[in-house]
Design a protein around this ligand. Structure first.
Ligand SMILES: NC(=O)c1ccc[n+]([C@@H]2O[C@H](COP(=O)([O-])OP(=O)(O)OC[C@H]3O[C@@H](n4cnc5c(N)ncnc54)[C@H](O)[C@@H]3O)[C@@H](O)[C@H]2O)c1
Length: 336
């Protein structure tokens, strides 16, 4: 097999605006069909990509001999339809978050296990070339053992209790926090303790500052704020071999190896850094990671490998989100 037969379930804003336009650029994907309850949405994608449109995803699966479906909608849809599609024998690519609770994500893991099919969740920061470069840099023995992480994700919203969440805090965690938590685990490994300080302003202007302890023993800090004027991200890691690497907005890497003090009085006068910026020529629509994550999914299915973020990765990320929220409510550290 050198291509997977893929269909989309859900042709809403993110699906038709950011994911589907990347598919024709990916050699490993044969885009064959779409399903949406809203006939006009499916028809639009069908016309644009020359694929068949259905309103019933089960009829589509039974007719099209699919290898995989990309399910893109609200998290309840990822959860419920994800389980049904796995049980029908197709691999699933699910938008984030995979469910509204960690228990829901765990049910998806169990369904994948039972069916022998693979699932991936589209927490795409880990597919940004800059975050992949960051991880490679951390793996250089000269970098040393990571000792410290600092990251933030500020965004205009959401500022409300979306998707049935009880608070604006949980709404922000489910919609945005899931990205930074997944990428933090991708870089640093498992998180074993969180302790959250929080602020709630008018109109859902929530913020959280989370202290983190990693299974590796490293310490970290994570900042999350809704109602910011811009969407901005940063990830920074320090290693005990003398390395430091940071990524700004998922597309700009700045890194330093061992302190190379050249003898200037004071010792802090020179800052030897390597920098990498994503250029114009990167192939991808809207954000290169949208193309990269879909390509990764297809390549893994072709090679018979488990794509990442796996359903288990997403389950662990959901556990961390729930722990951050529990610590916010109780004011106490939460162990994972
Ligand atoms: N990674 C990112 O950068 C990013 C950015 C934006 C949104 N997202 C994620 O994308 C998702 C939202 O996607 P969207 O904007 O495409 O959603 P949407 O709500 O606009 O669309 C969902 C579509 O699914 C259809 N649908 C619902 N139930 C169905 C069913 N049973 N069968 C077939 N179709 C069904 C609806 O008719 C609708 O057209 C969210 O989970 C969000 O977290 C991710």
């Amino acid at each position: 097999m050198d291509q997977i037969r893929l269909a989309f379930v859900g042709c809403g804003g993110h699906s038709s605006g950011s994911l589907q336009p990347n598919v024709p650029m990916i050699d490993e994907i044969d885009f064959v069909a779409v399903a949406d309850l809203d006939e006009s949405r499916g028809a639009k994608s069908a016309k644009r990509y020359g694929v068949k449109a259905y309103t019933d995803f089960k009829e589509m699966i039974n007719t099209e001999n699919l290898d995989a479906v990309a399910i893109v909608g609200p998290p309840e849809m990822h959860h419920q339809l994800g389980i049904e599609c796995l049980r029908m024998g197709v691999n699933v690519f699910l938008e984030k978050p995979p469910a509204v609770t960690a228990a829901g994500a765990e049910e998806l893991c169990a369904a994948a296990e039972e069916s022998g099919k693979a699932g991936m969740v589209a927490t795409m920061w880990r597919h940004d070339p800059a975050h992949k470069i960051m991880k490679q840099f951390m793996e250089d023995p000269e970098f040393g053992q990571p000792t410290f992480f600092e990251g933030h994700f500020i965004a205009p919203g959401p500022r409300s209790a979306i998707w049935g969440a009880e608070t604006a805090f949980m709404g922000y965690l489910l919609a945005q926090g899931v990205h930074i938590v997944d990428c933090t685990r991708f870089l640093m490994g498992d998180i074993t303790q969180v302790h959250t300080a929080a602020f709630e302003g008018e109109g859902g202007a929530v913020s959280m500052a989370v202290s983190l302890q990693f299974a590796s023993g490293a310490a970290g800090i994570m900042g999350l704020a809704a109602a910011a004027p811009v969407l901005q991200t940063r990830m920074l890691v320090v290693g005990d071999g003398g390395g430091m690497v940071e990524v700004y907005n998922g597309n700009h890497v700045r890194a330093s190896k061992k302190q190379s003090w050249c003898g200037t009085p004071g010792g802090y006068m020179d800052y030897p850094t390597l920098e990498w910026n994503q250029g114009w020529g990167q192939p991808g629509y809207r954000r290169i990671a949208y193309a990269e994550e879909l390509k990764h999914f297809a390549q893994c299915l072709i090679a018979g490998e488990q794509p990442h973020a796996s359903l288990e990765d997403s389950h662990q990320a959901m556990r961390v989100l729930e722990a951050i929220d529990e610590s916010r409510r109780t004011g106490k550290p939460v162990e994972l």
